[in-house]
Design a protein around this ligand. Structure first.
Ligand code: DCP
Ligand code: CA
Ligand code: CA
Length: 356
């Protein structure tokens, strides 16, 4: 029997902010775009549970959050800081895992099958991870335990906040059945609407569907969803990939300083790079542009995105803006390179549009 844990940090970005601003702990706190007195654009990245009591949620327009709670504490996103803390969290979880897979900045799977002989031992490990993270880093997390990744993930959702939940194999179907389909792993907003139109409101209803019919209507994804609805998920906890970066370069036939030609070349290279990224099932966070001039002087500039992406247009526009921001040297260009790094597998189950 496999035993898998999913560790997910509670209200992560705000919890990180609480660490360095102890005074804000009992107040409603929101990390996200600048509300600018109610006219700000952009969204809420996350908020603490105090703010959630007022109905504020991740992804909501920051202006809407401001309307609900003007006197909440609004803080900007400091991704680099959260990433440093994330690294420490991941190091703790790794120490308890036979196999380890980071899924996002605040979430990781640990396969503990080799060191746990049953549910009780797995529960002990889950509790030990939770208290280690609390003692060493002062941060709250929740842990789900199951016999596959899907169940571990959904058990963790139910354990939140600051809880641990074990769902045994024999209880998995029952555990899932009454939940609305939107809570099923892999179901985003669009899929929820599709399934609703097809007449499925709960996971239990989807579990009883005709799998052929689902495959016909939804393609291969229909088969995955049918299996998930039945609590089945064979995917392994995959050690994170060791590829660190993916890049492509292009040398101009004749050296050039024509901005339009340069932008066109950056777009073409970006397309190649993002195809390669997609092939590997990765998302990236850091974009680096390399420029080599006629005199062989070389400049490298990087920018970290606020989120992970695998989008060719976003890659191209970031690289082009790096070029524009740093074209101070001037002169003719011989060669251009675009590279992405800080790669992460996005995991077969979530489509990229749903990856946050
Ligand atoms: N995040 C974001 N935009 C979103 C969702 C999340 O920027 N639409 C960021 C902020 C979160 C972090 O990712 O802190 C982790 O996302 P989670 O979905 O795990 O949410 P939280 O950790 O904030 O809360 P929870 O306690 O529900 O896990
Ligand atoms: Ca979280
Ligand atoms: Ca998460």
């Amino acid at each position: 029997m496999r035993l898998i844990l999913l560790v997910d940090m509670d209200y992560f970005f705000v919890a990180c902010e609480e660490l360095r601003r102890p005074g804000i702990k009992d107040k409603p706190v929101i990390v996200g775009a600048d509300p600018k007195g109610g006219v700000g654009r952009g969204v809420v990245s996350t908020c603490n549970y105090v703010a959630r009591k007022y109905g504020i949620r991740s992804g909501m327009p920051i202006s809407a959050a401001y309307r609900i709670k003007k006197d909440a504490i609004f803080l900007p996103v400091d991704y680099d800081y959260y990433e440093r803390i994330s690294q420490k969290v991941m190091d703790v979880v790794k120490g308890f895992a036979d196999k380890f897979e980071q899924v996002s900045i605040d979430e990781a799977f640990a396969d503990v099958s080799a060191r746990a002989d049953g549910y009780d031992k797995a529960l002990d490990i889950a509790k030990a991870i939770k208290s280690s993270i609390h003692e060493r880093l002062g941060l709250p997390c929740s842990v789900g335990v199951g016999t596959n990744k899907l169940i571990a993930k959904m058990a963790c959702e139910e354990a939140k906040p600051a809880g641990v939940k074990v769902v045994r194999e024999e209880d998995a179907k029952e555990f899932l059945s009454k939940k609305p389909i939107r809570e099923l792993y892999g179901v985003g907003k669009k899929m929820e609407e599709k399934l609703e139109v097809m007449g499925y409101a709960t996971i239990g209803e989807l579990a009883k569907a005709n799998p052929m019919h689902l495959a016909e209507k939804l393609g291969v994804y229909g088969t995955d969803l049918y299996n998930y609805a039945n609590g089945k998920d064979d995917s392994e906890v995959e050690e994170n990939y060791e590829i660190k970066s993916i890049g492509r370069e292009r040398t101009f036939e004749t050296d050039t300083d024509d901005r339009a030609e340069i932008a066109k070349a950056i777009r073409a290279i970006s397309k190649d790079v993002s195809d390669e990224v997609a092939k590997g099932g990765f998302v990236f966070k850091v974009v680096t542009l390399k420029v080599r001039y006629s005199d062989f002087e070389e400049h490298m500039r990087s920018r970290s995105l606020s989120h992970r992406s695998n989008d060719a247009d976003e890659l191209a526009s970031t690289a082009i803006s790096l070029f524009d921001a740093h074209a101070e040297k001037g002169g003719r260009i011989r060669k251009l390179g675009v590279r992405v790094s800080n790669l992460m597998k996005y995991g077969g189950q979530k489509r990229i549009s749903e990856y946050a």
